[in-house]
Design a protein around this ligand. Structure first.
Ligand code: MG
Length: 221
């Protein structure tokens, strides 16, 4: 099993999983992005582990607590489960180098555009990052993916007229439906799985529902 390499679909949270609003920490403000469940099911069926990587500066700034974030995250994971997807793990960075309050004022290697969370996921799940995919709504997401060596990075620009290649070496997509059809529609697309299958999801130690805090390795939920 140790020789197996897995691949992941890395998902930013705000602006990708849920509609971007300022510092979402309550269910009432958490609106799932159209197409996110279909996309995750399709990716999972192609053997991708679903990994969330999210900066949570709202914790650093004192807008909400880690406990509130974790409660919302637990609910979010359950919602994915109800829609047929398993979130392998949620990595979050509660720090901010300038605006953080107290112990949350920290220049963390996990805060995107730094690749810390992605590199930890690589270790935790024995990921082949070159065959992994990242979707973010900010260039800092893309930069983190590139810095980690993620093979396919996709910038979600909702409402963009049509999907296209980005200015450089990332993709731009106007909707999650476009991402799904272009990258996860079946075995013939560019991001197809190579050597693992969905069976990986049930391997011991390979994947479990959990939340991992930046730089602590603490597994929760
Ligand atoms: Mg975002």
């Amino acid at each position: 099993m140790s020789k197996l390499t897995n691949k992941a679909l890395f998902l930013d949270r705000d602006g990708v999983i849920n509609v971007e609003r300022c510092y979402v920490y309550r269910r009432d403000d958490f609106l799932f992005q159209e197409g996110i469940f279909d996309l995750c099911r399709a990716a999972q069926n192609l053997g991708y582990l679903l990994v969330v990587v999210t900066n949570q500066a709202g914790i650093a700034r004192g807008f909400y607590t880690e406990a509130e974030f974790l409660a919302l995250t637990g609910w979010m994971i359950e919602e994915f489960g109800r829609h047929g997807s398993t979130i392998a793990r949620v990595y979050y960075c509660p720090y901010h180098p300038i605006h953080g309050v107290g112990r949350y004022k920290k220049d963390s290697a996990d805060r995107k555009p730094k690749p810390g969370m992605l590199l930890r996921a690589r270790r935790d799940f024995n990921l082949d990052l070159t065959s992994s995919v990242l979707i973010g709504d900010k260039l800092s997401d893309i930069e983190a993916g590139k810095a980690a060596g993620v093979g396919t990075t996709i910038l979600l620009r909702l409402g963009a007229p049509e999907s296209s290649a980005g200015d450089s070496d990332f993709h731009v997509a106007g909707s999650l439906h476009d991402v799904c059809s272009e990258f996860f529609s079946g075995p013939h697309d560019a991001a197809k799985p190579t050597e693992i299958s969905s069976a990986t999801l049930s391997q011991p130690g390979g994947c479990h529902v959990g939340v991992t805090k930046s730089a602590s390795g603490m597994g929760l939920v």
